[in-house]
Each structure stands twice: as C-alpha cells, then as structure tokens.
Design a protein around this ligand. Structure first.
Ligand code: URA
Length: 280
C-alpha cells in the first residue's frame, strides 16, 4: 500500500490502535520474515561448509538483523525452575521485589516499561490478586491505577476498605504488549513469584479477580462465573491454608455492569468473613 498521504497514515494508525497495537517494541521496524529466513539460510550454509560464512560475509547474502532481546523464545522449564529457585530464596517482600526486578526469564519484561510489584499495605488482612498490568499500571509501576482500579477502589470502599487496608498484586507483574492475554508459558514462569508473594504477605483472606487469577492461585478449572461467590482455599508452599474468594474482575464489570450485583454479593461475603476472623 502506498502510504504517502497523511490521511492513509492516520487511518493505518487508527486501525493499529483499534487492534490493540499500542506498544512500539523496537526503535526501528524489523522485517522478521526476511530476518528469520536469513538466519536459517546462513545456518544451513554454515552446516554445509564450515567457515564459509565468515569468508563470504557481506557477499550476496540476505541481511541478517539482530533479533531484539524480547523476541528470543525462552526455554520454559528452565525458566520456571529458575523462577522457583529465585522466589524461594526471598525471605522478605523487599528481597522478592529485588529478585523479580533482576529476573530475565520472562519475555514480557523486555516490552514492559516497569515491573508492577504491588500496592497497598503488606501487613493487611486482605490480599487482592489481579491478572496483569495494563497500560496505566505499566506507566506508573503500580497495580490497578487505571479505570478498573478506580472501580476496584469503589468496591473496596463499599465494604469499608481502601489501599491502606489491602495489599494488591498481579499474577503477571509485567504488562503483556497491547494488553494481550498472557500465554500459559508466561503464567507458569511468573507463578512462583506470586505464590511466594502471597506466602510472604500471609493475608487472612485472599481475593482473586477474574478467571486467570483464580485458575493460577486456586488450581481451579471452571470459569469464574461458576467459581465466584463461594470460599475456596489457597495452600502455600509451606502448607498454610488461606481462605480465598474468587470474584469478577473489575474490567469485566466495566463491560458487563449488570454483573456488578454478583461482585457486590462476593464483597459482602468478604466483609463478613473478615469481621468473623477478626472477632475470633
Ligand atoms: N487489570 C489487572 O488484572 N491488573 C491491573 O493491575 C490492572 C488491570
């Protein structure tokens, strides 16, 4: 397509924005099809004639572009094991924060602007876990600061809680580009960190927001509309059982306001349980 006119360029950008392409991954565009082909061809030539690649470098070869760091596929098992080891080695939340900041085994880190570790009070009785940061959270480095966060704040206020009386984190601490759904591989790599975070906070009540958070922390397989509203358990690596309430994600409630009444029931359950636990 000839994109010479400003109108066409604007239309293309609008199309990208609608499709969720809102993150530039590298400074310069890279033609990955050519790059991938070139790498394969070069590798084959090197296997055929060892040493030939150096001798013919620059002659009649398709250009080979350096793959940006985030494009490298991570070997998952190794990274999951490494994440487990790093998470287990953290004796405090500060240490866990440092370990996560230094961890390079999840490709999402390389497209995110910030690590979104947590917000709120680490000594809180209630810990809330969402799915993954969005654009606003990525920019600020804090969970739930965008539109869903504002709704979450209103839901908390309705049962007498606020950011000082809860601790908030996400299953995935780096924003997936364009807010895409994290892959199962990315979730498994990040799982040891959020599990350790829950263990170190040791809340009286865990609240999972949305299906992915419930699936990850409650080993659930049903959809969140089935799961929500009844108490489940999260068992930490050291064997502590924490009562957990799966509920609907505020982003879902923004799209489906008729379901706010379901979340309201769940929040009333949370309030009642909190009062009972504090009294007992
Ligand atoms: N949605 C989430 O799951 N987490 C955030 O931090 C923001 C939006």
């Amino acid at each position: 397509m000839d994109l010479s006119s400003e109108k066409e360029l604007r239309e293309l950008l609008a199309f990208y924005a609608e499709a969720g392409v809102d993150a530039a991954l590298t400074e310069d565009p890279a033609n990955r099809l050519v790059a991938e082909d070139a790498r394969t061809v070069t590798a084959m030539r090197q296997v055929d004639r060892p040493g030939a690649a150096a001798a013919t470098a620059g002659q009649n070869q398709a250009p080979v572009f350096a793959a940006p760091k985030m494009a490298v596929a991570v070997p998952d098992e190794g990274q999951v094991a490494l994440a487990r080891q790093r998470a287990a080695s953290a004796a405090t939340l500060d240490e866990l924060h440092l370990q996560m900041a230094a961890f390079e085994g999840c490709n999402l880190k390389f497209t995110a602007k910030n690590l979104v570790f947590a917000d709120g009070n680490p000594a809180a009785d209630v810990m809330i876990v969402g799915e993954a940061p969005g654009r606003d959270e990525d920019l600020e480095g804090l969970p739930f600061v965008g539109r869903s966060g504002q709704l979450l704040d209103r839901m908390l206020a309705a049962i007498g809680l606020d950011r000082e009386s809860v601790y908030i984190a996400n299953v995935i601490p780096w924003r997936p580009p364009g807010n895409r759904t994290p892959t199962p591989q990315e979730t498994e790599i990040c799982r040891p960190f959020i599990e350790r975070q829950v263990e170190l906070v040791g809340p009286k009540i865990l609240v999972t927001l949305g299906g992915p958070s419930a699936k990850t922390l409650l080993n659930a397989t049903e959809g969140v509309l089935r799961l929500r509203g009844s108490w489940k358990a999260h068992v930490t690596a050291s064997g502590v059982t924490i009562p957990a309430m799966p509920t609907l994600h505020p982003a879902y409630l923004l799209r489906n306001p008729a379901h706010k009444k379901l979340a309201w029931r769940d929040f009333l359950e949370i309030k009642a349980k909190l009062l009972a636990l504090r009294a007992g």
